[in-house]
Design a protein around this ligand. Structure first.
Ligand SMILES: *[C@@H]1O[C@H](CO)[C@@H](O)[C@H](O)[C@H]1NC(C)=O
Ligand SMILES: *[C@@H]1O[C@H](CO)[C@@H](O)[C@H](O)[C@H]1NC(C)=O
Ligand SMILES: *[C@@H]1O[C@H](CO)[C@@H](O)[C@H](O)[C@H]1NC(C)=O
Length: 381
């Protein structure tokens, strides 16, 4: 019986000590992106290129089209002034046609309105609104929201016809928080005086960046002489340049990205708002927003437990007798913290068994199984 208590004690210690690092891990289980170019007309080519570049990046890093809402006037690729019909480029070398592969535009032309954007965020639609055009997020969703267009102090123009104000977005985010429509939001905006647009936010778990301060313009990066227009904005360009280097399994963090923002590159003061956001940016993976999580559902948990307990790391079957003679618990308190059971895991019904921590997780699972087996044999005696 003593052994049983000791084992249980060890297990409790491990469980307790595992919570600290988990606070820094995102608890989301799905990713969404909302990408908006709010301008129109040929001379705003670069806004379309900005948004299509992000579209390409989030897709490359694993967010499926069904979880990307793309909103743009879409009047550039087929514009009569386009020397390269059907194409949109973000670089004067024209190496990459952003319009080339499957582009699913969810809101185009005159559907790009303030009203539609707010309805999208708050999910207030009539019953006939197609699912594919809805932001079907929940309390486990991390959402990347990117806006580009012409703006000024506390507003962003939509289609030269109307404006959205920083208060409108702040209130929409609050409604989203109340309706449990997100876990975390990463908001990015590239426009003049961009940082004023996130200054009114007041809802929790929002991280925001913008391209320029109050009274500052944002600048385009370079032009294509044949197209005769600027093809990308500076702030967007440097974000993309960094994101180009990361892959789905990247360990790069938000802090790594933000460190690259310099006035020399961007020609304006990029802003970062963190006061609504709890996690340490050195611990926030870019893939928490620019990727899609792999998950194992709790429905399979018992099978997984059994499988893990009955197999070695290489997948070969394990003898139960060797398990009972082992003392795996003594090895559990290594400095690597288990990712097992995030803070809200009971609510989320997910358990994350991926990545390097799985071997530790596996050991704990074995330990739990072992304790129950021991307890069982003890009662038999
Ligand atoms: C990320 O970190 C883990 C553990 O530290 C490491 O095994 C893995 O190779 C890293 N991935 C990349 C792409 O560097
Ligand atoms: C964030 O994490 C880094 C790296 O682990 C650490 O150096 C830094 O002190 C932390 N910052 C805060 C505010 O906890
Ligand atoms: C931990 O496990 C390793 C083998 O994986 C073993 O060599 C070592 O002795 C164990 N440590 C303790 C404290 O049991």
């Amino acid at each position: 019986m003593k052994i049983l208590y000791i084992l249980l004690g060890i297990l409790c210690c491990v469980a307790a000590s595992s919570t600290t690092d988990d606070d820094q891990k995102s608890t989301h289980t799905n990713n969404w992106a909302v990408l908006v170019s709010s301008s129109r007309f040929w001379f705003n080519y670069r806004h379309m290129a900005n948004v299509l570049s992000f579209y390409r990046t989030v897709k490359r890093l694993g967010i499926p089209d069904s979880q990307i809402i793309l909103m743009m006037s879409d009047d550039v690729a087929c514009n009569p002034r386009n020397a390269f019909p059907g194409s949109v480029f973000n670089n004067k070398d024209r190496a990459l046609d952003l319009y080339g592969d499957n582009i699913e535009v969810d809101y185009r032309g005159y559907e790009v309105t303030v009203e539609n954007f707010i309805r999208l965020l708050t999910d207030r639609w009539g019953p006939d609104h197609p699912r594919s055009k809805r932001l079907l997020t929940d309390e486990n969703s991390n959402i990347f929201i990117y806006l580009t267009g012409h703006g000024g102090e506390d507003f962003l123009k939509f289609q030269d016809a109307e404006e959205i104000s920083s208060y409108d977005i702040a209130d929409a985010f609050q409604q989203m928080a109340e309706k449990k429509r997100y876990n975390e939001i990463f908001f990015m905006i590239d426009t003049c005086q961009a940082n004023t647009m996130y200054s009114k936010f007041y809802s929790p778990n929002i991280l925001a960046v913008g391209s320029s301060r109050l009274d500052e313009s944002s600048y385009s990066h370079h032009s294509d002489t044949e197209l005769g227009v600027a093809v990308i904005d500076r702030f967007t360009y440097y974000n993309l340049e960094f994101l180009e280097q990361i892959e789905k399994d990247s360990n790069k963090t938000m802090a790594d990205l933000f460190e690259t923002y310099t006035f020399e590159d961007i020609h304006s003061h990029a802003g970062i708002r963190t006061d609504l956001y709890n996690r340490n940016l050195s611990k926030v993976l870019l893939t928490d927003f620019f990727g899609n999580i792999q998950k194992v559902e709790v429905g399979n948990l018992e099978e997984d437990l059994l499988y893990l307990a009955m197999t070695n790391e290489d997948g070969s079957p394990k003898q139960l007798s060797t398990q009972l003679s082992q003392q795996p618990q003594t090895n559990i308190s290594s400095e690597r913290k288990p990712r097992l059971l995030n803070k809200d895991s009971s609510k989320e019904n997910y358990i994350n068994l991926e990545s390097t921590e799985s071997s530790l997780g596996r050991r704990i699972l074995i330990a739990i199984l072992l304790v129950s087996t021991l307890g069982f044999t003890y009662t038999l005696k």
